[in-house]
Design a protein around this ligand. Structure first.
Ligand code: HAM
Length: 479
């Protein structure tokens, strides 16, 4: 190697080291600076409140039999009418709701739980199911499925409303949506499912309210007519409705303020201004409802609180005086929503029931709630070895469909038998030290007090026989 080459190499080596050192120095400086910046933050002490957020509540174990009954009845009906379950996220981009439920609606304007995430996304907790289901329908290309596509969902939804009886900030809905058919027979079938849901849950006295708000074509003229009328009565409207007059005049019609209701009572009615197609659709729907013997009232003020509806809208109310304050469920047709979201032309109709309101009404009318199967056999253990074996035996009986009660934390046989008596079981299995060694179990008939010792490996079949096949409580892990 020539001298010049060696010098150049050495110089570049030194230069590299200098650069490395200065980088190290700079990095150290930055780290020090950053550490200084991120000085331990003072954790602000928030008061610790032992309660859920306003408008939200626990559904405690003692309430669950009602909820379970609602889940069972609605799932059974969904299966019967050919619905498939769909689960969608609780949170979506806010725009999905703003654009599709409608900017002028109370749900979007006042009630959305909307916020910006750490990643700067504008998101919202779902205030209803339909917009999210349509998003999923388009995104997953469900338009190619055989029609009608029937989708069923249940879960919590969030509306930041003023909490009061039957109105919560977190409530639960059972939601049914059908895509791909515009025939009014689907409208009738959806109303049939809605009324069956409520009636099968023991709420016999109901009122079905229906209306048609037309399609975008006939609604345009009707809207003009309504605005003219409402303008002439503007001074009699509440502040909110004065504003709605510009943003969403149809919503004035279902304002709950007395003075607005008086104005609405004489307002032009949408059903008198339907185009021929919408008129025939509504007339045919009513004929189907008559055929089904479903009594209904036409409520010209019923417009619903979401902008996506076209033609049929309906609500289910309790028929009783007390129950007349809140709707149990509601829905309607939304033939243009999928298309307006960028999907294919896809007529659709659906409805949702509010689970809290249904449960409250079930309690009020003393409707039947779900009663879970009760164990008819109790497993008692005595001594260390028996205690060790008891967990395995418990699982063995359970796997064979025999529901067992136990009180493994207790040591004395007397206290365990006390629990068995309280539970009114038919048989108690006693596993002591001797039985554990002999691989046997004592079976005590709780009614007669008679005891017999049986071999452990015959226990399942003996107990099944004793309980008689039809009395065996078979439970399913996935329920
Ligand atoms: P919605 O009428 O806004 O319709 O809600 C459906 C049901 O949810 C109501 O009838 C009521 O029982 C219950 N509900 C609404 N808000 C509350 C609340 N704050 N607290 C307790 N229960 C409440 C919809 O949500 C539409 N997405 C239904 C639909 C499905 N339309 C077509 N497909």
């Amino acid at each position: 190697m020539s001298r010049t080459k060696t010098i150049r190499k050495k110089t570049s080596k030194t230069a590299k080291m200098v650069v490395k050192k200065s980088i190290k120095k700079a990095t150290k400086k930055t780290i020090r600076k950053n550490t200084r910046k991120k000085a331990p933050q003072q954790i602000k002490k928030e008061p610790f409140v032992l309660q859920p957020l306003r408008g939200m509540k626990d559904i405690l174990p003692q309430e669950q039999p009602y909820w379970e009954q609602v889940r069972r009845v609605t799932e059974k009906l969904a299966r019967e009418y050919g619905f498939s379950r769909i689960d969608i996220p609780i949170m979506e981009f806010s725009n999905l709701f703003v654009r599709n439920i409608g900017e002028g609606t109370d749900i979007v304007e006042k009630e959305m739980y909307a916020f910006t995430t750490k990643g700067k996304n504008k998101v919202a907790l779902r205030p209803e199911f339909t917009a999210g289901i349509c998003r999923s329908f388009i995104q997953n290309g469900m338009h190619i499925l055989a029609k009608p596509v029937k989708l069923f969902s249940t879960g919590p939804v969030y509306r930041y409303d003023r909490p009061q009886k039957g109105r919560y900030r977190e409530h639960h809905q059972v939601n049914y949506d059908v895509f791909g058919e515009q025939d009014p027979i689907l409208d009738a079938q959806i109303i049939q499912i809605a009324s069956r849901t409520v009636q099968d849950l023991g709420i016999k006295s109901i009122q079905i309210q229906v209306n048609s708000i037309g399609c975008p074509t006939c609604r345009k003229d009707y809207r003009e007519l309504l605005i003219n009328y409402l303008e002439s009565k503007k001074s009699k409207l509440c502040q909110d409705c004065k504003r709605r007059l510009k943003t969403n005049p149809l919503r004035v019609l279902d304002c709950k303020e007395d003075k607005c209701a008086q104005v609405s009572a004489s307002a032009p009615q949408s059903i008198s201004h339907l185009c021929e197609d919408c008129h025939t659709h509504f007339k045919t729907l009513l004929e189907y409802l008559d055929e089904l013997d479903l009594s209904y009232i036409i409520n010209p003020q019923l417009v619903r609180g979401l902008d996506y509806y076209t033609k049929t809208v309906f609500e289910i109310w309790s028929g009783s005086e007390e129950g007349k304050k809140l709707s149990l469920g509601g829905g309607g047709r939304y033939d243009k929503l999928i298309e307006s979201m960028g999907g294919h032309e896809m007529p659709a109709i659906g409805f949702a029931i509010g689970m809290e309101r249904i449960v409250e009404e079930m309690k009020r009318v003393q409707a039947k709630s779900y009663s879970p199967p009760r164990p008819k056999v109790f497993l008692a253990q005595l001594g260390n070895l028996a205690k060790k074996k008891s967990l395995k035996l418990f699982a063995e009986l359970g796997k064979n469909g025999i529901l067992i009660a136990e009180s493994f934390g207790r040591g004395s046989l007397k206290s365990q038998l006390k629990v068995a008596n309280k539970l009114k079981v038919s048989f108690t299995l006693i596993l002591g030290q001797k039985e554990s060694l002999d691989e046997t179990v004592i079976v005590k008939n709780m009614a007669t007090g008679v005891q017999e010792t049986v071999s452990m490996n015959k226990l399942v079949s003996i107990i099944k026989k004793k309980l008689k096949t039809d009395n065996v409580v078979v439970y399913h892990h996935n329920k």
